[in-house]
Design a protein around this ligand. Structure first.
Ligand code: NAI
Length: 319
């Protein structure tokens, strides 16, 4: 088909691809010609046990449709081994979708150190280790597409998910730096925030929503971000149901206490709190360079504070 995005000759690894979202990503990439490593440990939702059946089933599904896939049963904690599965079976690696994940939800008071450690180990450490092992290959060939999987819980926080939200926002930090470091080597790294009905969300999402939020609505975004024609890197994109959008950081114009004019004290912060936290005219720096640039403008007094202009343009009510 004209205009169809193809992945012929490309090799993709999808971690946690034995079910849910990962399965959809693996099948979609294979349908479009990629050779896929279907990685899945096959444990329970909370990360216990293991079972080869999960990955095998998805590999069978892909092969029965004429696609190319191989199973890998390692935990993402064994990053090197997963990359070796790609190299020994397909000779290269182009795409890595870090998707494997577990949950150990508990309110913070009840959260044990073990619950904290295992969630950080699978999501953050796991994605780090697989990506770390893939990186030299991507750098050497000057091409790569990496996806990190964050979550609304990481962005906003969510009751009972202190461990999970810490790991998920950690992945965004990792992604941001890999996007910066990968740029000159043609390596793109983006973060997705999916929402879909899966075994991870079956008792969390209301049932009417669960049926509407199909994993197959998330995979087209992953396919696009993993394609060689996609210029995006360092972005954060949400896919939920059939809705796709982008996130960015916002920073209030804030207030600089320039020594010539005003003294910075706890009291002067208190007295200007509404102005400092006013988001109506916020800016959206996209890098530390932009952040520093805006800071320098504010500290040299060269920032145009449009809030003041609008205020002074408003008719004085007393007149
Ligand atoms: P899922 O439970 O259906 O799939 C996760 C897969 O990862 C499972 O097949 C599991 O066996 C595998 N896995 C777990 N630990 C592993 C390990 N150590 N090594 C290799 N594989 C391992 O869950 P779902 O919903 O498909 O989630 C996929 C990703 O999306 C996860 O990272 C999750 O945190 C994230 N996510 C999902 C949301 C949703 O609404 N479903 C919302 C936000 C984020």
């Amino acid at each position: 088909k004209i205009g169809e995005m193809r992945f012929d000759g490309k090799v993709a690894i999808v971690t946690g691809a034995g079910g849910g979202l990962g399965r959809e990503y693996a099948i979609s990439l294979a349908d479009r010609g990629a050779s896929v490593v279907v990685n899945d440990l096959g444990g329970t939702r909370s990360g216990q046990g293991k079972n080869n059946a999960a990955a095998d089933k998805v590999v069978q599904e892909i092969i029965s449709k004429g696609g190319k896939a191989v199973a890998d049963y390692n935990s993402v904690e064994e990053g090197e081994k997963i990359i070796q599965t790609a190299i020994s079976n397909f000779g290269r690696i182009d795409i890595l979708v870090n998707n494997a994940g577990i949950l150990r939800d508990k309110s913070f008071l009840k959260l044990s150190v073990e619950d904290w450690n295992i969630v950080l180990k699978v999501h953050l450490q796991g994605s780090f280790l697989v990506t770390k092992a893939a990186w030299p290959y991507l750098r050497e060939q000057k091409y790569g597409r990496i996806i990190m999987t964050s979550s609304g819980a990481g962005i906003y926080g969510n009751f009972g998910q202190a461990n999970y939200s810490a790991a998920k926002l950690g992945l965004l930090g990792l992604s941001n730096t890999l996007a910066v470091e990968g740029k000159k080597y043609g390596i793109h790294c983006n973060t997705i925030i999916p929402l879909a009905g899966s075994r991870l969300t079956e008792d969390i999402l209301p049932s009417e929503l669960f049926d509407k939020l199909k994993p197959e609505y998330v995979s087209p975004l992953v396919v696009w971000l993993c394609h060689e024609s996609c210029p995006e890197t360092g972005g954060v994109f949400e896919a939920a149901g059939s809705w796709i959008g982008k996130y960015q950081w916002q920073r209030s114009v804030g207030k600089a206490y320039l020594p010539a004019n005003e003294k910075l004290t706890a009291e002067s912060i208190r007295d200007n709190w509404n102005l400092i936290t006013d988001m109506s005219d916020c800016n959206t720096p996209a890098s530390v360079q932009e952040q520093m640039g805006l800071l320098v403008e504010a500290l040299t007094g060269s920032v145009t504070d449009r809030r003041k202009q609008t205020q002074s343009q408003q008719p004085n009510k007393d007149n």
